[in-house]
Write a protein that binds this ligand. Structure first.
Ligand code: ADP
Ligand code: MG
Length: 444
């Protein structure tokens, strides 16, 4: 496993977001355009076409009525004079002009200019011949008038009827094409919606899996590093304890022996000299210095690693240490013990001892009190220890400098136990530590 921290997943997430945004954005633009197109097809083409067709049908109907009247006139079946048809023609002509004006406004885009012009021309021609008809009728030439109907007027009317029919068909075809186009647009939008869904789902899936994968890798690295750190801390503490123990032994055995021997030899020489002999007083002073140094060497040795810990175990060491502590600091310690101490392994003993030392040192250094409480309870499978003071209490925010508490945590962890630093309700601090005893506690 590499120790390089993996790159942040922000890039992956950003990419996923970009893909999603791009997909949604382009789909929105596309859909809006299609909706616009649908509106155009629906209202501009289909609706307009239908209204135009209505006018064309009205025109067709008028042209048909003209046809019927012209047929009657040509056959002369009715007993009225030809002039009698004139008001009907007038009415139809007005209606037709209205309808044509309306139709010209609704005219669909498919209509060519040539078609429109043809329509207007044929109508104009038709009315010109009809005017000729009335002229003949008013001149009292019914035969000539009938001949005009059969030859030219009917022909123009038939042309008109065909023209209108063709326009109607054209409108229908345009409408059918528009409807088809609308359906095609619906299909296109639907298809693109599926594409969008697929793209967004894929983006979510890919981004999600990458982020999960990244998290897992990160987690694995963090736990690996934490494992390494724990290992290292344990090693450091062990090396430190070994060093302290060796130093303590060296100080005690080597220097202690030498100083004791020096002291005894000095005493022997001193005794051989008669009382009041010159140099005897000097010898006594040197012996005094040697004894003081011996005491200090012993003190240092005990401080580094109390031999009582190796010789008599934790329980006695605690008692011994509390006595020393009271003497050295003037802080009164109320000691309370419950349960019977089982056999306690070296590792548990040294770590618990150091935790007690550090906690009481903290009381002296930070709590500003003259009393402390130490409670120890033993059970076959675990031991608990509590160090309490009624002083200033732990600061709200943890201090950056404090290595003591970190060391205590490391030791508790090495023991497979747990430690807790509490602010006491009535003011002050409580350190509570629990360590399992037995197989696990004997190691390390
Ligand atoms: N018994 C206590 N009473 C008040 N404050 C304490 C006590 N024990 C620890 N602290 C606070 O916690 C901090 C960290 O303690 P520690 O880790 O032992 O570091 P250090 O003793 O070197 O400052 C101390 O600086 C102190 O502010
Ligand atoms: Mg400290």
């Amino acid at each position: 496993m590499t120790l390089m921290p993996p790159r942040t997943p922000t890039l992956i997430q950003l990419l996923g977001l970009l893909v999603t945004l791009a997909a949604v954005g382009s789909f929105s633009v596309f859909t809006l355009r299609q909706v616009e197109e649908l509106r155009r097809l629906g209202s501009d083409i289909v609706d307009r076409n239908r209204r135009d067709s209505l006018q064309l049908i009205r025109i067709q109907d008028d042209v048909a009525q003209l046809g019927l009247a012209l047929r009657d006139m040509a056959e002369g079946a009715e007993p009225y004079p030809m002039e009698a048809y004139r008001p009907q023609f007038q009415r139809l002509r007005e209606d037709l002009e209205n309808a044509l004006a309306l139709e010209a406004r609704l005219m669909p885009a498919t209509r060519t200019e040539a078609q429109q012009r043809l329509l207007e021309t044929v109508f104009a021609r038709f009315w010109t011949v009809v005017d000729e008809l009335w002229l003949l009728a008013s001149e009292g030439k019914p035969e000539a008038a009938r001949a005009l109907i059969r030859t030219r007027i009917e022909a123009e009317r038939a042309t008109l009827a065909t023209l209108i029919s063709r326009l109607l068909i054209q409108n229908n075809e345009a409408e059918a094409a528009a409807v088809e186009e609308i359906q095609a647009i619906h299909a296109k939008v639907e298809r693109n919606l599926y594409y969008l869904l697929a793209a967004v789902l894929a983006a979510i899936l890919i981004t999600g899996s990458l982020v999960i994968w990244h998290d897992r890798r990160m987690f694995a690295q963090v736990s690996h590093l934490s494992e390494q750190r724990k290992e290292l801390a344990g090693q450091v503490i062990r090396v430190q304890e070994d060093l302290f123990r060796t130093l303590a032994r060296e100080l005690h055995d080597e220097f202690g022996q030498v100083l004791t021997a020096v002291g005894m030899m000095l005493l022997r020489v001193e005794r051989r000299l008669p009382e009041g002999a010159p140099g005897r007083e000097d010898l006594r002073e040197v012996r005094e210095i040697a004894n003081q140094t011996l005491d200090r060497v012993r003190g240092m040795s005990q401080m580094l690693h109390p031999p009582v810990l190796d010789d008599y175990g934790l329980e006695r060491s605690i008692e011994w240490y509390l006595g020393q502590f009271e003497k050295q600091t003037g802080v009164k310690v109320h000691y309370q013990k419950s349960g019977v101490a089982p056999w306690i392994g070296d590792a548990v003993a040294i770590h618990m001892y150091r935790i007690l030392q550090e906690s009481l040192n903290n009381v002296v250094r930070h709590a500003h009190v003259t009393e402390a409480w130490v409670r120890v309870s033993y059970a076959p499978e675990k031991m608990e220890m509590e160090i309490e003071d009624h002083g200033t209490g732990l600061p709200e925010k943890p201090q950056e400098s404090g290595l003591g508490m970190i060391g205590m945590r490391e030791r508790a962890e090495l023991l497979g136990g747990r430690i807790e630093f509490r602010r006491r309700a009535g003011g002050g601090t409580v350190v509570h530590v629990e360590a399992p005893l037995g197989v696990k506690g004997g190691k390390g």
